[in-house]
Design a protein around this ligand. Structure first.
Ligand SMILES: Cc1ncc(C[n+]2csc(CCOP(=O)(O)OP(=O)(O)O)c2C)c(N)n1
Ligand SMILES: [Mg+2]
Length: 563
C-alpha cells in the first residue's frame, strides 16, 4: 500500500515501516503514547483511520505488551507494539519473555535517541539495544532516518521483521531525530476490497517442522504427553498409536477417545507398565511428568516446538526430534482402554442414586429429591464446580484463557475432553498480563473474519491476585469497541496456591499470610464499576451458570471461594 505522505524523516520512515508491516500481514497494532515515538503513533492512527489496521491504545506498556501477545496468539500474525524510550521499553519485558518461551510473534518497536544523544545523560535515555537479550529471534538498532535515506530502507526492514518474527519476538529499536514528526496528509480511506492482501505468516502453533522426522513403530506400551502448545497433532498421534493421552488442559489436545484425564491418579497402578513416553509441547502443570521422564529404563522421545527450548527434565531424553511419524501397526488394544476407562470411572460423579429417587413415584422420595436439589443449588461453589461450569459453558466458537492459579491445576485434573480453544501463558507461567492477554485473544477472535468465532465469548478464568496484578488491563482505549469478554475471578483472598507448599505447614500462620498468601480485601464490584465493566457476583452453585451466560461487552464475574 502507499504510505501516507509526509516531510519529517522520522515520519517518512515510520510510514514506510508500518505500511511494510501491513503488507507483510500485520492487522493489529498496539501502542502506548510518548513523545519520542510520536511519528510511529501518528502513522498508526492514520492507518487505523484508513481501515488498514485495528489500533489498540494502552497507557501502560506492560499491558500493551500482553495485549499484543494475546492478539498474536489468536491471530498467528505478528503484532507490533510501539513505545517511547526509557522505562516504557522495560515494561514490555514480561510479555517479551513469555513470547520467547512460547514462540509468539510480537514485534517491539521502541523509539530511542539518536547516536549523538546517547551516553550524555539525556532525559529518558537508557541503553535500549540488548535490553531483551536472550529472548529475541532478531533485533535491530536502526540508525536515525534522514532526508538522504535510500528509498526502501524501511520497507526492507519491515520484510526482515516479518520473516524473523515467524517463531517469536523481535525488537526494532528505532533512533529518531528532531523533528520527531510532521503533519501527515490525511490518508484516503482504504476500502476493504482495496487492501493489500497479507502475506500469510504461519501461526506460531501451526508451524511445520523442517527438521528430522523420527519414525515410531507401535509395540512398546506408549503414552503420549501433551504439554502446553502441543496442539491437535498430539491427539492425532495418540490415536495413530492407540496410546493413552495425558493432555494438559491448555495443550490444544485435551479431547478425543485416547484422553486420560485422571492419569495422575492411575499412575501408581498402571504407570509401572509404561515403556515409552512421547512428549509434545511444554508440560508445566504436574510434578509427575518430569518424574516419569527421568524413570530409568524408559524410552523418552521429545518432539520440539519450533522456536521453543526443548523440554528435557534431568537431560533424560532418549532422543529429541522435530517431528515423529508412525509406521506399521500392532499395539495391544487393551493398553489404552485400561487407562481411558479407569479414568472415566474415577471422574464420574455418583449420581445414580439421585436419579432413582427422582424417577420414583413415592411422594416422600420426590420431596426428598426437591430438598436435595435446593440444597445443591444453595451450596457454596468450590473450585471443581467453578472450572467444570466454565468448561461446560465454553464452546468451539468461544475462547478460554486460564491464569496461573490453583484453578488451572484443578481444571487440568477434572475437566472432560472437549475440542475448544484454550490458552494459558505457560511459557513462564506468570500471574502478570492475564487479562490483557485475554482481551487480545478476544479482540482477535471476534474480529478475525471467522463468522462463528465473531459470535463467541472469551472467558478469562483467574485468581484474585492475578486479577489485581493486571487490574490496569481493565482500561480500554477511548472509543475502542469492547470485545465480548468475561473475566471470571475465583476470589479466595490471596494466593492460596501457596497453601500447598511444604513450608505452609511449618510456618506461623500470621508470617505465612503476611508474605506468601498476601491476602487482599479489594472491593471487586467497585473496581469493575471504576473501569466501566459490568459486575456479577456468585456465591452459590445455583448462581454460577447464569453469571457465565454470555452477553455483550465486558463483564467481571466474581466467584467467592473458600480458602
Ligand atoms: C509475575 C509473577 N509474580 C509472581 C508469581 C508467583 N505466583 C504464582 S501463583 C501466585 C499467586 C496466585 O494467586 P491467585 O491469582 O489469587 O490464585 P490462587 O492460587 O489463589 O488460585 C503467585 C504470586 C508468578 N507466577 N508470576
Ligand atoms: Mg487467590
Amino acid at each position: 500500500m502507499t504510505p501516507p505522505r509526509t516531510e519529517s524523516p522520522a515520519s517518512a520512515f515510520s510510514a514506510e515501516l508500518l505500511a511494510g508491516l501491513v503488507a507483510g500481514g500485520v492487522r493489529d497494532v498496539v501502542l502506548a503514547p510518548g513523545s519520542r515515538s510520536q511519528a510511529l503513533a501518528l502513522v498508526a492512527a492514520e492507518l487505523e483511520a484508513s481501515g488498514a489496521i485495528r489500533l489498540h491504545v494502552r497507557i501502560d506498556e506492560r499491558v500493551a505488551g500482553f495485549l499484543a501477545l494475546g492478539l498474536a496468539v489468536e491471530s498467528g500474525r505478528p503484532v507490533p507494539v510501539i513505545t517511547t524510550s526509557g522505562t516504557a521499553v522495560a515494561n514490555l519485558h514480561p510479555a517479551v519473555l513469555e513470547a520467547h518461551h512460547s514462540a509468539v510473534p510480537i514485534v517491539v518497536i521502541s523509539a530511542d535517541r539518536p547516536e549523538e544523544l546517547r551516553g550524555i545523560g539525556s532525559n529518558q535515555t537508557t541503553v535500549q539495544p540488548g535490553i531483551f537479550a536472550g529472548a529475541l529471534r532478531a533485533e535491530w538498532d536502526v540508525v536515525a532516518p534522514t532526508a538522504d535515506d535510500a528509498p526502501g530502507r524501511a520497507a526492507d526492514l519491515a520484510r526482515a521483521i516479518v520473516a524473523a518474527a515467524a517463531t517469536g519476538p523481535v525488537h526494532v529499536n528505532l533512533q529518531l531525530r528532531e523533528p520527531l514528526s510532521s503533519v501527515l496528509e490525511p490518508h484516503e480511506r482504504v476500502e476493504p476490497d482495496q487492501r493489500v492482501e497479507p502475506v500469510e505468516t504461519p501461526a506460531a502453533s501451526q508451524q511445520v517442522s523442517t527438521g528430522a522426522t523420527h519414525l515410531i513403530h507401535p509395540g512398546p506400551k506408549t503414552v503420549v504427553v501433551a504439554g502446553h502448545g502441543a496442539g491437535e497433532r498430539a491427539e492425532q498421534l495418540a490415536r495413530e498409536l492407540d496410546a493413552p493421552l495425558f493432555a494438559e488442559v491448555s495443550s490444544g489436545a485435551h479431547f478425543g477417545p485416547q484422553l486420560v484425564v485422571a492419569w495422575r491418579d492411575l499412575l501408581p497402578d498402571l504407570g509401572d507398565a509404561i515403556e515409552r513416553v512421547i512428549v509434545l509441547g511444554h508440560p508445566t502443570l504436574s510434578r509427575e511428568v518430569p518424574l516419569l521422564l527421568q524413570r530409568p529404563g524408559l524410552e523418552t522421545i521429545i518432539v520440539t516446538t519450533p522456536g521453543v527450548e526443548a523440554y528435557d527434565p534431568g537431560h533424560a531424553a532418549s532422543i529429541i526430534v522435530d517431528d515423529v511419524r508412525v509406521e506399521g501397526s500392532g499395539t495391544d488394544r487393551s493398553w489404552a482402554g485400561r487407562w481411558v476407562f479407569s479414568s472415566r470411572a474415577l471422574l464420574e460423579k455418583p449420581d445414580a442414586e439421585d436419579v432413582a429417587i427422582a424417577v420414583s413415584d413415592e411422594p416422600g422420595n420426590q420431596a426428598a429429591f426437591g430438598r436435595a436439589v435446593l440444597s445443591a443449588l444453595r451450596a457454596p461453589v468450590d473450585r471443581r464446580d467453578l472450572v467444570e461450569a466454565v468448561w461446560r459453558m465454553t464452546w468451539p466458537h468461544d475462547r478460554l484463557v486460564l491464569g496461573a492459579s490453583r484453578l488451572i491445576r484443578e481444571a487440568d485434573r477434572v475437566v472432560p475432553g472437549k475440542r475448544i480453544r484454550v490458552h494459558a501463558n505457560r511459557g513462564l507461567a506468570g500471574i502478570d498480563g492475564t487479562i490483557a492477554t485475554g482481551i487480545g485473544i478476544a479482540r482477535a477472535a471476534q474480529s478475525g473474519g471467522d463468522e462463528r468465532s465473531a459470535l463467541g465469548v472469551t472467558r478469562v478464568l483467574l485468581g484474585d491476585l492475578a486479577l489485581l496484578h493486571d487490574a490496569g488491563s481493565l482500561l480500554f482505549g477511548a472509543g475502542e469497541t469492547r470485545p465480548r469478554i468475561q473475566v471470571v475471578v475465583g476470589n479466595d483472598n490471596g494466593g492460596t496456591i501457596f497453601d500447598g507448599l511444604e513450608v505452609a505447614a511449618g510456618t506461623p500462620p500470621e508470617r505465612f499470610e503476611r508474605v506468601m498468601l498476601t491476602p487482599q480485601t479489594v472491593d471487586l464490584g467497585q473496581l469493575a464499576a471504576a473501569y466501566g465493566w459490568e459486575y456479577r457476583r456468585v456465591a452459590t452453585r445455583g448462581e454460577l451458570e447464569e453469571a457465565l451466560t454470555p452477553s455483550e461487552g465486558s463483564v467481571l464475574v466474581e466467584v467467592a471461594l473458600a480458602r
